[in-house]
Ligand binder design. Sequence first.
Ligand SMILES: Cc1cc2nc3c(=O)[nH]c(=O)nc-3n(C[C@H](O)[C@H](O)[C@H](O)COP(=O)(O)OP(=O)(O)OC[C@H]3O[C@@H](n4cnc5c(N)ncnc54)[C@H](O)[C@@H]3O)c2cc1C
Length: 402
Amino acid sequence: MTNLLLKETRQRHDFTVFCRIMMNQPKKIAVIGGGIVGSTTAFYLSQTDTDVTLYDEETGQATSAAAGIICPWLSQRRNQKWYRLAAGGAAFYPTLMKDIGEGLQYSVIYRQVGTLVFKKTPKLLDKLEKIVQKRRIDAPMIGELAVLSPEDIQEKMPLLETRNPALFASGGAKVDGAQLTQTLKEKAQQNGVVFHKKKVSLHVESMDESPYIINDGTRQERFDAVVLAVGAWLPKLLEPLGYAVDIRPQKGQLVELQLDAETDVWPVVMPDGEMDIIPFAGGKIIVGATHENDKGYDLEPTKEQLQLMLQEANKLVPELEKATITRTRVGTRAYTSDFAPFFGEVPHAPRLYAASGLGASGLTSGPLIARMLTQLIKGEQTDLPLENYPINDYIQKSNSSS
Ligand SMILES: Cc1cc2nc3c(=O)[nH]c(=O)nc-3n(C[C@H](O)[C@H](O)[C@H](O)COP(=O)(O)OP(=O)(O)OC[C@H]3O[C@@H](n4cnc5c(N)ncnc54)[C@H](O)[C@@H]3O)c2cc1C
């Protein structure tokens, strides 16, 4: 056979295999990364006729470090595609809770306790109220919306001392990211998902029917589809395969405190600035978080940064000075250069899916992104148009290595 003929035969074979890959639904899928995106994807895939394996190193995970605020409607970010994703994500939470068998009323994982937002001036607060009133037409979940006086605020959160009004939205919620992913993983495992707490690498054997090989350092396994839900670590997995990935890490730190008070139904407090106060059940209070762009993947807590946030929090809730610091948490957020998240099929790699760039609102948008990844894998229409979150803008093949 001449070289040319040999090449054509190979190309025809490759094309046949490629068509088979595209037409059949995958039977064996690996999910790499067990934060909010990976564990929700594994959970929804576990309800399909597919063998699912979940790998998660767990180190640096943003989800388990996160503060837990679910309230995108009070953000003044103008990007409409981001807003639709985040608002859709917030609206999806009650469905997710139902799907994992959690009640909405008294759950320690997710609870709508309302959000209080402060602004520098009453004029800015009025402006925000008008924006949110308009949003409420399409987002009834925002619930009751009102500018509260300092006295009204104290009724909702007795230890908060302020002379300023705040905007209150009763639909604002708090979620415990670590507990949520733990529950999702447990439910997925009950449905047959195999879980490995391992760091893995990905290799591709082009045009094979199960082209993806995952290596955990001791053994390797083949899969016909892979979901990369590795947050800020996406470049580390894709760059060895010849891709350029527009993702950078951002360090986030926060403090966990224990207060002797009935905190269960206290609202989330968002003062003007970086620091927020998120009360959880049983006296647990979260104060955070930092947004550090120059620390790479560093996971060391820094006393000065945490002290600054505590000082800010103490001004609003002086009682916090008496609280015990029980933990500090550090995680790594993933950002794209235009701050927009993306998800979908990696270019030139059929059935290799990825989601990243969820930034500071990924606990809010993550579950919906995971459901859409599952819809994509099943060949169903996604809840939101994929072209609004174009993966090709952030992941490009830079050379031919694989
Ligand atoms: C301090 C802080 C506060 C935040 N507060 C909020 C908030 O209040 N509200 C909100 O909506 N969002 C918040 N966020 C953002 C949100 O937490 C993230 O956007 C979201 O959790 C990202 O989820 P993810 O699944 O994409 O990534 P991650 O949660 O980071 O998960 C990625 C996982 O992949 C694993 N991994 C990476 N590489 C490999 C590998 N090679 N092999 C195996 N496993 C691997 C990692 O160990 C990690 O467990 C906060 C984030 C931080 C850090």
